[in-house]
Design a protein around this ligand. Structure first.
Ligand SMILES: [Mg+2]
Length: 195
């Protein structure tokens, strides 16, 4: 039974690229801005791995400085009423408290927080995956997740993925999808993919 809604954090619930860009530009002044990160591996191809990982963790520890992306509350409320909501993020263990504090600060409804480098272990039970990572969206599809969708960014567009402008659009699309296709997201979701 697919009962989980798996929701990513960075660039899904919160701005992450701009803070990361500011952090990494200290080490690499020639780094292009996020609008030109045209593929997922752009950063790791241009920044030494240890510096990249340190910067990511630094930004993730300071998530409390950022508000949620518009529409995050409404989307999570909709999902929470229907599924077991798992906030899933590839983060260092020391980032767990800053993430949970941020979720509670903004009343972002959820059932579980999953912090690990491999969220795909959750996908066999997922009814929906919301993520900006092309690898996660492709993996979700390959593992039969009925709906795998993310916000459109330069690093995930043009790959044939299901992408939306923002979380308001996604929330509206899910409401429409439910009215059109019934209450089970295990049903055919061709109509949903049309957004
Ligand atoms: Mg992300």
């Amino acid at each position: 039974m697919r009962s989980l809604a798996i929701v990513d954090v960075d660039s899904t619930l919160v701005h992450n690229a701009e803070p990361l860009f500011k952090e990494l530009r200290k080490y690499s002044p020639d780094l292009l801005p996020p609008s030109q990160w045209t593929h997922w591996d752009y950063l790791v191809e241009h920044i030494p791995k240890d510096i990249f990982l340190s910067a990511v963790t630094s930004v993730q520890m300071r998530i409390g400085e950022e508000p949620p992306l518009p529409g995050a509350y409404d989307l999570l409320e909709w999902l929470y009423e229907r599924y077991t909501v798992v906030i899933a993020s590839d983060r260092a263990p020391e980032c767990y408290d800053s993430l949970t504090n941020w979720l509670y600060k903004y009343h972002l409804l959820h059932d579980q927080v999953h912090v690990s480098p491999n969220k795909t272990v959750l996908f066999p039970e997922a009814a929906i995956v919301v993520d900006d990572s092309p690898r996660m969206l492709v993996a979700a599809r390959q593992m039969g997740v009925p709906i795998a969708v993310g916000i459109r960014y330069p690093w995930n567009k043009n790959l044939g993925l299901t992408l939306v402008k923002d979380l308001f659009w996604l929330h509206d699309a899910l409401i429409t999808w439910e009215k059109t296709h019934g209450n089970s997201l295990e049903d055919d979701c061709k109509g949903f993919r049309g957004i």
